[in-house]
Write a protein that binds this ligand. Structure first.
Ligand SMILES: [Zn+2]
Length: 399
């Protein structure tokens, strides 16, 4: 009997405790929601009801170029109220679908911790009990909010041709070329047509088509003209040499010339933003300058969904080294470096990759159909993070 009573007492205590926790969770969620809505709706009464006047709030904001976080300064109780009033005054309300997530992390007797996800980023919040509810005492935050993405898909189109696709964008590099010599893989006509039509493996039409240089294992003018005629909202980015070849048959189609962007071939960096994709293009001389000094070979640094991809075209270390040093590519947090295989073959290559590019992943391209198994295996041993593109239309996912 005693045991039964004791058990019943235990049960009721547990219930009381969990009930207490539950109501505290609700109250903390309410306080944090008021804090978010105070800023979102410009409702300063919600700010006042959720924050202690002794608020300590400090944040870090990620610098887009350097990828490092920089202190964004303190916000006092009064500044929080003023911020909220300003939102109302200027009608700069948060978007209806802006995130508004509160997770209670821990609750003690008098203090608690929560995580807030809002449009500006992540806040870690410390609260204390106040009368019958909870108030925010301290906030440490970082921004901007990182988008949740499915990562990138990179498809092999032929030779150095790749299609890079994110959830919302697609960029094609050196993707349109025809049969030239047996050593160079090239896309079939149906692959090209699908890319132009936006039918390629369910990817959308490329928003941007980049060309490194005019050699026939990288480029075919007819295909680009067709691409431009069918996709007036996309862009083609290339050197003057390539632009001249594309323009040849576009005399009576002035409307198409705005699609064609020309990168000057000098030491300046060319920059362009289209549909949220950022492209930086720069001169990176062609391999074998004795024979190819007149070739305008461009390298591209592509920012898509916060990923950075580098494509060097037909270059090599002798001619590219100083360019890569000057552009400080090793500081750019390269996710994927797309290189011709000859830039990867020996010991100095591994050092150059490690020192000048520092990529998280390497894609080897320009691989001839007769590439030996031994060379293939060697490259895989030398670089643990390498993909060798040899089968047309093969794909890798990168997250
Ligand atoms: Zn070439």
């Amino acid at each position: 009997m005693l045991n039964k009573l004791f058990f019943a007492f235990l049960l009721s205590t547990c219930y009381a405790l969990s009930y207490g926790q539950e109501s505290d969770i609700k109250k903390i969620e309410e306080t944090c929601t008021n804090y978010i809505e105070g800023f979102y709706e410009g409702d300063s009464t919600k700010i006042i009801s959720s924050i202690k006047p002794t608020l300590y709030k400090f944040g870090y904001w990620k610098n887009k170029n350097s990828d490092s976080y920089i202190g964004d300064g303190h916000m006092t109780f009064q500044q929080a109220i003023d911020y909220s009033k300003n939102v109302l005054l200027k009608k700069q309300f948060a978007k209806p679908d802006a995130p508004k997530k509160v997770e209670v992390l821990d609750i003690s007797n008098h203090i608690a911790a929560a995580k807030i996800t809002a449009w500006w980023g992540i806040d870690y919040v410390l609260l204390s009990r106040h009368n019958n509810g909870w108030l925010i005492e301290e906030v440490l935050w970082e921004g901007p909010l990182e988008k949740e993405t499915n990562g990138l898909t990179i498809s092999y189109i032929g030779n150095m041709g790749v299609l890079i696709a994110s959830d919302s964008n697609a960029v094609l590099i050196d993707g349109f070329h025809k049969n030239y010599k047996p050593d160079y893989a090239y896309p079939s006509e149906s692959t090209v047509q699908k890319l132009i039509d936006g039918d390629y493996k369910n990817f959308k039409t490329p928003d941007i088509a980049l060309v490194t240089h005019h050699h026939k294992d990288h480029f075919d003018a007819d295909y680009y003209q067709k691409f431009m005629r069918e996709n007036p909202n996309s862009l083609v980015v290339a050197s003057q040499q390539v632009n001249d070849l594309i323009r040849k048959n576009l005399d009576n189609e002035a409307n198409l010339s705005s699609i064609l962007k020309q990168v000057p071939y000098n030491d300046e960096e060319y920059s362009l933003n289209h549909k949220g994709v950022n492209i930086k293009a720069f001169k990176c001389p062609h391999v074998n300058p004795l024979r190819h000094s007149s070739v305008q070979n461009l390298a591209y640094l592509i920012s898509i969904d916060n990923y950075s991809i580098l494509h060097l075209g037909d270059s090599n270390w002798d001619v590219a080294k100083s360019v890569l040093e000057n552009k400080k590519i090793s500081d750019k947090s390269i996710d994927i470096a797309i290189l011709p295989y000859w830039m990867l073959l020996d010991k100095s290559s591994t050092e150059n990759v490690a020192n000048l590019l520092v990529p998280k992943r390497i894609i080897a391209t320009h691989i001839p159909p007769g590439f030996s198994d031994e060379a293939y295996e060697n490259l895989q041993k030398m670089y643990p993070n390498i993909t060798l593109f040899t089968k047309l239309n093969e794909q890798i996912a990168y997250k």
